[in-house]
Design a protein around this ligand. Structure first.
Ligand code: ADP
Length: 457
């Protein structure tokens, strides 16, 4: 059977919803296909913090000096110059508008007086959605899609792009739960927003042998690279495919990202089994992950105290995760350092020495060991938390090559007629390493552009 729309969108994460809403508001009939039984993809389970230079919370907090140029510089540097500079510029210049759109049109509730400074960023510039997760963003997207009467076909897996005799993409074949094949035709185009390939181990290994089954992953089951594979089959170019990011602080049993441990952005420190710090806590994710893998047992402990907890408020936001970690014996809360160290058999003497140094560096405003860019925070007062963690596969930087209209390019750099892409399945922004909080900016900015581009047809 066949169903006809103006635009077909494959994938219901942040990129897919942004594209669908923009296209619909431009007057197009649109449909979203989603292979999982629920919408949201990785956007839903992420922290969903969004880097936005010159945002309203920076103004409120009196943070000065940030700009799209500075954020572009951080992003280019963070990805070892492998990101496309023009595309990065498009992202950072459109970030504020995208955030205001989320706030004002989609009604996403961002915290009014708190920002994160993720590793590699020169300023605190990441807006935090209510609850510190993507649930806030996806819930509001879903409500908006409903209001606009955008149909979302769940349990529907796109399998193959359909082209006309001139090679123009005019639709996509999909299977539903009953294994029926349905062709979704989109006369103005198909927008691929299927996310990355972090949970496709074979595909990971194909592009980077190191990223094998020894790594767990933080991502959802649906992140299998389908959009990349479908587009490549009809001649799309790929870039940066070997660059697969691990997130340093994840559950050592399940691989799930630890959002509770976002206290790291407010002064929590990382120590090894010997009770020593070994890396700057606000370094890039790849640097921290590799440093952790080099320690005894290839894991780390994150240490913070109640004062830091009060600043970052992650305990409030992630109570469920805390309880889970307690059950798994992967976190301890104790009044004294001795008690906390004993729980994990960490070298107490070294740990006390480490904390003494941290307290001095916090007081002096200078971390003489690792030059912590956010400034260390005193750990003089308990109670203390220590959480055990290890890296797991988190984000695939590589993917399709798109231009600033989100047209998918072939190996000669020519746009493939009718085919658009946005979000994690594109490979042009993050280079060798994505900076924290840059995914949401990427997917919303380019998701919107994709929707606007097809909307103009
Ligand atoms: P992004 O951050 O780029 O928006 P997400 O991971 O949040 O990416 O969302 C991608 C969505 O696409 C997920 O919900 C995933 O289940 C869905 N998806 C992946 N492959 C397919 C496919 N072949 N057909 C339909 N949906 C897909």
């Amino acid at each position: 059977t066949e169903q006809t729309y103006d635009v077909v969108i494959v994938g219901s994460g942040g990129a897919g919803f942004s594209a669908a809403i923009e296209a619909k508001e431009a007057g197009k009939s649109v449909v979203i296909l989603e292979k999982m039984p629920a919408v949201g993809g990785n956007t839903l389970i992420s922290g969903a913090e969004m880097n936005v230079p010159n945002n309203w919370v920076q103004k409120k907090l009196g943070i000065k000096g940030d700009s799209p140029e500075v954020m572009a510089k951080d992003t280019i540097k963070g990805g070892d110059e492998l990101g496309d500079k023009h595309m990065i510029k498009v992202m950072t210049e459109n970030a504020l508008d995208a955030a205001e759109w989320l706030r004002d049109d989609i009604k996403v509730d961002f915290l009014e007086d708190q920002l994160f400074q993720f590793g590699g960023h020169s300023y605190k510039r990441a807006l935090i959605p209510q609850g510190h997760t993507g649930a806030e963003v996806i819930t509001k997207f879903r409500a908006k899609a409903k209001e606009l009467k955008i149909p979302v076909k769940l349990n529907t897996t796109a399998t193959e792009l359909i082209q006309d005799k001139d090679g123009k993409v005019i639709g996509v074949k999909a299977n539903n739960k009953e294994k029926q094949e349905i062709s979704y035709m989109g006369k103005d185009g198909v927008i691929l927003t299927t996310g990355g390939f972090g949970s496709n181990i074979e595909m990971r290994k194909k592009y980077n042998k190191k990223m094998d089954e020894s790594y767990m992953s933080t991502v959802t089951e649906g992140s299998t690279g389908d959009g990349i594979v479908m587009a490549e089959k009809i001649g799309a170019d790929l870039t940066n495919m070997e660059n697969i990011q691990t997130y340093p602080i994840c559950n050592v049993e399940t691989g799930v990202i630890s959002l509770l441990a976002d206290t790291r952005f407010d002064g929590a420190v990382l120590i090894n089994q010997e009770g020593k710090r070994f890396v700057e806590e606000l370094e890039r994710r790849d640097v921290i992950s590799n440093a952790i893998l080099d320690q005894t047992g290839s894991y780390t402990y994150q240490l913070w105290n109640e004062d830091i907890n009060k600043i970052s408020k992650t305990m409030e936001a992630h109570q469920g995760e805390y309880e889970e970690l307690l059950k798994q014996k992967l976190i301890v809360k104790a009044d004294t350092l001795e008690e906390a160290a004993e729980f994990f058999d960490i070298d107490v003497k070294n740990l006390k020495e480490t904390v003494k140094k941290v307290n001095k560096y916090a007081k002096d405003g200078k971390d003489k060991d690792f030059d912590h860019r956010g400034g260390l925070v005193s750990l003089e007062k308990g109670p203390y938390y220590i959480e055990k963690a290890a890296p797991s596969v988190h984000h695939t930087m590589g993917g399709l090559v798109i231009n600033d209209k989100t047209e998918v390019l072939d190996k000669d750099g020519k746009a493939i007629d009718g085919l658009y892409a946005a979000g994690e399945l594109t490979g042009v922004i993050h280079g060798s390493n994505r900076l924290g909080g840059n995914a949401i900016t990427d997917i919303i900015v380019f998701g919107r552009i994709a929707g606007q581009t097809v909307g103009e047809k």
